[in-house]
Design a protein around this ligand. Structure first.
Ligand SMILES: Cc1cc2nc3c(=O)[nH]c(=O)nc-3n(C[C@H](O)[C@H](O)[C@H](O)COP(=O)(O)OP(=O)(O)OC[C@H]3O[C@@H](n4cnc5c(N)ncnc54)[C@H](O)[C@@H]3O)c2cc1C
Length: 539
């Protein structure tokens, strides 16, 4: 029987005076979010039902954009060092190659490759990083119930047979597919299960070299995927033939499918684990209810085709992390939190739609459909359109918040900036927890006037990183820098907050720049330092 005890915890941490966030679930998404929140200066408590152990590797691929974002919190290098590099994906139909996608040709990316890494390793590296940042995971604690008011959230947490009620300013459910946060706080989770079951194993492939390519093998009887994990081990996945029964697929099961679906004679050596699962396609109808948020599998489940599930959850963690930390610090207005749902839900729908489509076409069994699919893959591969269409999506570098740009030559609001957070001599570095101002004087400008303007911007926003691109390397921004002076305001997640031509009058230019930042100028600073000059571009 469990005792119930109510703790009189204030919603705002009394010692530090900072609003507090409860992260429920220390899977990869909860761990990454906790790192974000700590870096952003928030007070965070992380609880998790249990510590995951065992060889079951679940998600194996981390894509280029996610490596960029994990670089932001300082953990990408360690993941890359422990992962296995791959930079291309091959598609086969009836054992003949029909298409190739390369990731090493992606334009302006920090990581022109993906890595495979077992999920337990990703979690262990993220947890070590969280510890190094001063955070900790309280294991053995389960959220069992909760309620919220306009001012706080009460979480009922069970631990060692006791249940306590604890109060927080915000709660994030990163507690996976069977999320209790989702159920207890009244979110729905509509969708359906995919008909075809999937079998996976992580196993040694005898006679196969570990390579830098992953491959999909499509046949009339089902599909198969082989992805190198390093050390001769591969993730082997396959659609389960209809009518197959039995709980755990064995060596014979996989070797039979390898023979039917994959060219060459491949046999399995050591099998680390194997299992069969049913993929679900579901999304919560909102990712935020009041002071409660959902992230990762708690918010969405998608087809494993394209290996996007975990990667999409990590994008949630970054999008929510900087906003929640900024609001908790008092630097950003609470309304900013609405944009987590309005930005992430459409982005998730796009990724989930793609993975469902990839699953669907990989399971074609009618000859005419297969012929059309294969022709399109071959044609797309020969012309480069397969790569130019699919690689940025799989790599998640085309994640965009808001209206998509019509022209690729201009930056617009919501677009991912081709810049990183690591110091490099060739590009400006973005701030992690605040917006960054990038000032471009145009191709030709009056030096003294420009210096006066950049100094005025710095004086108006001493808390903000300001990069003067005049005479300094602009990295991946270079193709977007046009004749006229303009400003790019970058969000802490590397997306464009705003970009516009600078008014000719310097005072007006500073006012416009400050208005594009959080908080609006009027609440942060009421007076601007005098800027006597006007900004003149000299042709
Ligand atoms: C077989 C398989 C293969 C997959 N392959 C891929 C792939 O190749 N690529 C990819 O991107 N994705 C893949 N996925 C999906 C990927 O594993 C998930 O998207 C990912 O685990 C989601 O991470 P998460 O942190 O949101 O949730 P989870 O990893 O599920 O973590 C949730 C955490 O919350 C804790 N928890 C649960 N309930 C509570 C509670 N009430 N209170 C406290 N703590 C709680 C759990 O103990 C757990 O630690 C695969 C999934 C499976 C099952």
């Amino acid at each position: 029987m469990s005792a119930t005890q109510t703790l009189p915890t204030a919603p705002t941490d009394a010692i530090a005076g900072r609003p507090s966030v409860l992260v429920v679930g220390a899977g990869p998404v909860g761990l990454a979010l906790a790192c974000e929140l700590i870096i952003g200066g928030a007070e965070v408590t992380v609880i998790s039902k249990d510590r995951r152990v065992g060889p079951h590797s679940r998600a194996t691929i981390l894509w280029p954009r996610i490596l960029e974002l994990l670089d932001r919190i300082g953990v990408a290098e360690t993941l890359v060092a422990h992962g296995h590099y791959f930079d291309q994906m091959n598609y086969y139909s009836e054992k003949k190659r029909i298409g190739l996608i390369r990731f090493d040709r992606l334009p302006a990316v920090g990581y022109p490759f993906a890595i495979t890494i077992p999920q337990w390793k990703t979690e262990s590296i993220l947890e070590s990083h969280l510890t190094a940042l001063g955070g900790t995971v309280l294991y053995g604690r389960e959220l069992v119930d909760g309620a919220q008011t306009a001012n706080m959230v009460t979480a009922r947490i069970s631990h060692d047979g006791h249940t306590s009620a604890e109060r927080f300013d915000w709660v994030v459910g990163s507690d996976g597919y069977a999320s209790s946060v989702r159920a207890r706080f009244g979110f729905d989770f509509a969708g359906h299960a995919l008909e075809t079951k999937l079998a996976i194993t992580d196993a040694e492939l005898i006679g196969e070299h570990t390579t830098s390519e992953a491959a999909y093998y499509l046949t009339r009887h089902g599909n198969m995927v082989l992805a190198p994990l390093g050390d001769g081990i591969f993730r082997v996945g396959a659609s389960v033939p209809a009518g197959t029964s039995g709980p755990v697929p064995d060596r014979e099961f996989f070797e039979t499918l390898l023979k039917q679906r994959v060219p060459g004679r491949k046999r399995l050596g050591q099998m680390n684990f194997s299992g069969v699962f049913t993929a679900n396609i579901r999304t919560a109808s909102t990712f935020r209810r009041g002071r409660v948020f959902l992230a990762g599998d708690a918010a969405h489940a998608m087809s494993p085709s394209g290996a996007q599930g975990l990667n999409t959850g990590l994008q949630d963690a970054v999008n929510l992390g900087w906003k929640l930390a900024g609001v908790a610090r008092g630097d950003y207005p609470p309304e900013l939190l609405d944009s987590y749902d309005t930005e992430r839900r459409p982005a998730v729908a796009a990724v989930s739609g793609l993975s469902t489509q990839l699953a669907h076409i990989s399971l074609y069994s009618s000859r005419p459909k297969i012929a059309i699919r294969d022709t399109l893959y071959r044609l797309g591969s020969a012309t480069g359109t397969l790569e130019s269409m699919l690689a940025p999506k799989l790599a998640q570098i085309d994640t965009h918040y808001g209206r998509r740009p019509r022209s690729k030559s201009a930056l617009i609001r919501g677009q991912r900036l081709p810049l990183g957070w690591r110091h490099t001599p060739t590009a400006p570095v973005l701030a992690v927890d605040r917006h960054t101002i990038l000032l471009w004087p145009g191709h030709s400008y009056h030096h003294a006037e420009w210096c006066a303007l950049t100094e005025a911007v710095r004086a108006a926003r001493p808390d903000t990183t300001v990069h003067d691109l005049g005479g300094n390397p602009a990295g991946g921004l270079t193709p977007y820098l046009t004749e006229a002076p303009h400003v790019i305001v970058a969000r802490p997640d590397g997306h464009v907050e705003d970009t516009f031509a600078l008014p000719a009058d310097a005072t007006a230019a500073v006012t416009a720049i400050c208005a594009a930042l959080y908080p609006p100028l009027s609440t942060k600073r009421n007076t601007l330092p005098g800027t006597a000059t006007s900004l003149s571009a000299t042709a």
